[in-house]
Each structure stands twice: as C-alpha cells, then as structure tokens.
Design a protein around this ligand. Structure first.
Ligand SMILES: NC(=O)c1ccc[n+]([C@@H]2O[C@H](COP(=O)([O-])OP(=O)(O)OC[C@H]3O[C@@H](n4cnc5c(N)ncnc54)[C@H](OP(=O)(O)O)[C@@H]3O)[C@@H](O)[C@H]2O)c1
Length: 300
C-alpha cells in the first residue's frame, strides 16, 4: 500500500520532450474513455502518435466520443469497442474483438469508475456496484487482457487511475489496516477479506463506526483495494509488466460535478507522462499523485 512517507519525486518528464520510444504500432487501451479523464487521455495518446483503443460501456456515448475526435482530426489513431468492465460477457467480447484486430497491446489504463455520491454526500446505497465496478471490474478486465501484452518488459505498462482517498492512512480499522499493510502476505484473497468485511459492515448498518475512510467511503475502499491489487501485480510481474497507480487530484469532470482545481486535459497530460515513462526510467509499484509534472510519488 501507499507508504506514509511520500517523497517529492524528480519531475516526470513531459512526454513530448523525452525520446519517443513508442510508435504508431504501440497500442494503448483506455477504459471508461467516452468522457472525463479517460477521453482526455485517449486524445493525448492520439496526439502523441500511439494507436489507442477507446472503450466505453455505452455504445452511443463511445461513438459520440469518436465523433469528437474526428472533429479534432485524431480519429485515425483511435479504434472504438464497447466495454463494460463490470460485465464479464462484455469483457469476453472485447477480448475477442481485440484479438481479431491486433497482435498485442503495450499500455492498459484502468480508468473507468463510478461514484454515486455528490461532493458532500456519503451514502452507501450503491456500495456493491461501486466495489464491483471500481475494484473487481478493473481487476477482471486486467486478468482477461493480460495474456495479450506484447511481452516486452521495457514497454508493457498498466496504469491504474486511483485516488488519494484510497491510501492506507485513510483507514482507521486496525485489523483491515494490518491486512493491507502486511506487504509480504498481501494477496488477492486477503484483499477480498477487506472488501468483504466492508460490504458486510454496510449490509449490517455499522460501516460508520468501523474505521473505514470517511469521505466517499465505498469509492475509497474500492481504491484501497485497487492500490493493494496493483501492489500484488507489481510484485508478480516484476521485470515483465510495469504496474503503477496515479491520482490525478481534484479534477473537473462529471464525477466531481465539474468542480476541481484543473481540467481533465491537465490530468491526462500527467497520466500520459507516467504511462509513457521512457524504458530507461520505467518504474513499478509506485503511486503517483498530482496534476503537474512536479507531483509526488511514493511506494505502493
Ligand atoms: N475527477 C477527479 O477529481 C478524480 C480524482 C481522483 C481520481 N479520479 C479517478 O479518475 C478516473 C476517471 O474519473 P473521471 O473524473 O474522468 O470520471 P467521469 O468523468 O465520471 O468518467 C468515468 C468514466 O468511467 C466510465 N464507466 C463507469 N462505469 C463503467 C463500467 N462499468 N464500464 C466501463 N466504463 C465505465 C463512465 O462511463 P459513463 O459515461 O457511461 O458513465 C465514464 O466514461 C476514475 O478512476 C476516478 O476514480 C478522478
């Protein structure tokens, strides 16, 4: 998990100022990309000359996003396929669509997420959906698409869009904190223990008193789980696939009712810089945060 000691990192270089290790044959997949940061990231990758697969759970919203890219003259770099990360049938059909058109891919950005609360609300009415989408959806999609990585350690990357709301210091439940903080024994089963414990507390109406994160609790628990899963993956695929997390900070999108300190384009620029770190500076198991290239970085 995210260590309590974050450090000011050397600035992540702007991708256009570093050597381009990628080409139009480099393929990136972005989930939840019909709007917000996901859409802005597809746009950024396309501007930088990668081939991008824009995915959206709703076919017509995805096609509208493609129309917007056409207006910008970027559609030649982008393909669209419907993908609902919370629906195993949709994941299967995406994988088969992808296999029929591409040999492999290089970058996966797990960006799709839901939040049912307005800015100052904290209802758990949709806790199960939030966990199933934001954690299990991203996990299931990652597992399904992993075999199609190009198998090039210097190029294969996963960037999980996360949040500082889901860092370990937001958790005040000693038992759950001990499970997620025990790096040696951390596993998918142990992450499930935490997630199931949270859902049980919600079901039994005692989630407010059990030390769970206080803001957007269901969303934060899902991001806690995603951060922990990223740590498991980073260790399992060390030297094979780079796995990092990124919190874009308070960004003006539908999720924040348009409020925020910066635009989705700003957040996407930073996300692209991390996803496109040059092979000779490639990191794994890191948590990046911030919307500028002077953001912070810590161990997962
Ligand atoms: N905005 C912020 O301040 C902020 C801060 C920290 C982290 N983040 C993270 O950044 C990422 C992007 O958020 P955003 O602010 O751009 O949010 P957003 O504008 O609400 O976009 C979320 C995207 O996810 C899609 N999505 C939701 N459920 C899905 C599913 N089951 N399958 C596939 N796609 C699905 C949405 O599709 P529909 O249009 O169909 O709903 C939409 O395209 C998220 O992971 C979020 O947690 C955002």
């Amino acid at each position: 998990m995210v260590s309590s000691t974050t450090q000011q990192q050397p600035p992540v270089s702007h991708p256009t100022t570093t050597a381009r290790w990628w080409s139009e044959d480099s393929v990136a997949i972005v989930t939840g990309a019909n709007k917000g940061i996901g859409y802005a990231l597809v746009k950024r990758f396309a501007e930088l000359g990668l081939t991008v697969v824009l995915t959206a759970r709703d076919q017509s919203r995805g096609l509208q996003a493609m129309d917007s890219l056409k207006v910008l003259g970027l559609h030649h770099h982008v393909r669209f396929c419907q993908l609902d990360i919370s629906d195993p049938a949709s994941i299967r059909s995406f994988v088969s669509w992808f296999r029929s058109r591409f040999d492999a891919f290089d970058i996966l950005v797990n960006n799709a997420a839901v939040c049912f609360n307005a800015m100052n609300e904290n209802s758990m009415d949709h806790a199960e959906t939030v966990i199933n989408t934001n954690y299990y959806g991203s996990k299931q999609f990652t597992e399904a698409i992993l075999p199609l990585f190009r198998n090039s350690p210097s190029m294969s990357r996963i960037l999980n869009m996360s949040s500082r709301l889901g860092t370990l210091d937001k958790l005040n439940n000693p038992q759950m904190k001990a499970i997620l903080g025990d790096k040696e024994r951390l596993s998918e089963d142990r992450i499930d223990l935490v997630v199931n414990g949270f859902l049980k507390d919600v079901k039994e109406g005692r989630w407010r008193t059990q030390g769970w994160p206080e803001i957007w609790t269901d969303y934060s628990v899902a991001k806690l789980a995603l951060n922990a899963y990223s740590q498991v993956l980073a260790r399992r695929y060390e030297g094979v696939v780079s796995v990092n997390c990124f919190c874009p900070g308070f960004t003006q999108t539908a999720m924040t009712d348009g409020k925020g300190k910066h635009s989705a384009d700003d957040a996407a620029e930073m996300a692209a810089a991390i996803a496109l770190l040059p092979p000779w500076h490639l990191t794994t198991g890191k948590f990046y945060a911030g919307s500028t290239t002077r953001g912070i970085c810590s161990k997962l």
